[in-house]
Design a protein around this ligand. Structure first.
Ligand code: HAM
Length: 448
């Protein structure tokens, strides 16, 4: 019987992995440009970190955590998100005392939530995100929101909308919670079981209910803007004014409350509907938090950040045709004509690879015609053919698979010749160019 992957998980293989790599490289590059630096935290954490950090009223903690006891009887969890881990690391390493604030971090890796698998929703998925820790400043809030938008634009997503809202300060939220309780109390009997729990633990969470009958009630529920203090409102409109000066398209969405408990004030989500009209939900989301650092044992400092769901971004890029399946082009295909030539061909391939050329070699008994077909299939630019004659002459046949021209080349000058051939097709004298034609090879740095 086949052993299948765990429900809600998926393999990222072959060309897909290349696209993930491209997405992740773009994300890292722009985070670095905004002067965020990478943090890598463990996948396993004490369960309590998320219960206290993400919050007991969140679906993530109530229903979706992968928890287990280790052999030392410690209750651990696979991280369902990064923010609590990053804050834990900020506190454990006393960065609040030893570094200039804010400490600006980015992160990337798998996270785990026991959700119902469906399109764009997995049980193991990947997040990339940033956290800016230690300052309470609307400009820091907006800085993170802009970074997320810049990344999505750099990936080629043109119709991103940033939805923004404020959850207000604590007093405003308390007033609003009470108003929601008053509104939902007479309706609660007919609402879903989850909403009954949310009513007691955190009525704000009812606004996120996806059950159609409950959602209709949510639409008529009191709106948070009517319960915000003047200070909180002013702060939010400061964010709005700053965003207006940027080219980030945004809209205010007063129903946006976020699914995790740690937020206060500014919250945001990146939304996108693909060209085919598929709504993938939020590609990423985040916001400001005033209490989380203190809640987890640190000083009273604020933070802000967002996380992207990489699977969703991948799906949208595919759906919109921004990335086709990636074809692995290679530089050189080494073709030994018989078994005797295979060993020499093997050493030659080694030399070519060490010189930095992406090289494949045919190691099985294959007729020359089939080898040429294979070379074409894998997008090789040149074939190197070695048979008995070439071994005796210490040469190799070098064939340009585009022009079909070929010549016998002395092994002593082969690399020089190949360098020249690749150099002729590129602006700099090397072959290490990416799709945009930029050179990343080290001999370029050395002033070749
Ligand atoms: P979140 O909204 O729970 O926020 O998740 C962020 C993103 O992860 C979502 O917008 C979505 O793209 C993706 N995502 C969530 N669940 C799934 C799933 N089951 N399958 C695939 N993708 C998913 C957070 O995690 C916060 N830590 C964000 C944050 C950072 N807030 C402040 N700093």
């Amino acid at each position: 019987m086949d052993i299948k992957n765990v429900k809600g998980t998926h393999d990222i293989i072959l060309g897909e992995a290349k696209i993930y790599e491209h997405i992740e490289t773009t994300m890292r590059a722009f985070a670095e440009v905004f002067n965020f630096s990478e943090f890598r935290t463990p996948i396993i954490e004490p369960n309590e970190l998320f219960v206290r950090g993400v919050g007991e009223s969140s679906d993530v903690v109530r229903k979706e955590m992968y928890t287990f006891f280790d052999k030392g009887n410690r209750l651990l969890a696979l991280r369902p998100e990064f923010t609590a881990s990053i804050v834990r690391s900020f506190i454990n390493n006393k960065l609040y005392a030893t570094r200039d604030l804010p400490v600006k971090t980015y992160y990337l890796g798998p996270v785990f939530r026991y959700e119902r698998p469906q399109s764009g929703r997995y049980r193991q998925f990947h997040q990339f995100g940033v956290e800016s820790l230690g300052v309470k400043n609307v400009l820091s809030d907006v800085e993170t929101a802009i970074l997320g938008y810049v990344i999505l634009s750099a990936l080629g997503l043109e119709n991103v909308t940033l939805k923004i809202n404020t959850l207000g300060d604590k007093a405003s939220r308390d007033n609003y919670r009470q108003a929601l309780k008053d509104y939902f109390a007479p309706k609660l009997e007919k609402m879903c079981d989850d909403c009954k729990v949310r009513y007691d633990v955190n009525p704000l969470r009812i606004l996120d209910c996806k059950v159609p009958e409950d959602h209709a009630l949510v639409l008529k529920a009191p709106k948070i803007e009517d319960y915000l203090s003047k200070e909180t409102k002013d702060k939010f409109y400061e964010v709005v004014d700053i965003l207006k000066e940027t080219d980030v398209p945004f809209e205010i969405d007063s129903t946006l409350v976020r699914g995790l408990d740690y937020y206060s004030e500014f919250v945001y989500e990146y939304h996108y509907t693909s060209k085919k009209g598929v709504d993938y939900g939020a590609l990423g989301a985040g916001g400001h938090y005033d209490d989380l650092i203190e809640e987890l044992g640190g000083p009273r400092l604020s933070g802000v950040g967002f996380s992207f769901g990489i699977e969703r971004i991948y799906a949208v890029l595919k759906d919109d045709g921004i990335f086709q399946d990636h074809k692995e082009a290679i530089d050189l295909y080494v073709m030994p004509l018989d078994e005797e030539a295979r060993e020499s061909a093997f050493y030659l391939a080694n030399v070519l690879r060490t010189a930095g050329y992406k090289t494949e070699i045919n190691l099985s008994d294959t007729k020359i015609g089939a080898m040429f077909k294979k070379a074409e299939k894998i997008g090789a630019k040149f074939a190197l053919i070695i048979g008995e004659n070439e071994i005796n002459n210490k040469t190799v046949i070098l064939k340009d698979l585009k022009t079909k021209e070929q010549e016998e080349v002395d092994l002593k000058v082969l690399l020089e010749k190949i360098d020249k051939n690749f150099g002729e097709n590129s602006e700099c004298s090397c072959h290490h160019q990416d799709e945009e034609g930029s050179c990343h090879c080290h001999h370029d740095d050395e002033g070749e």
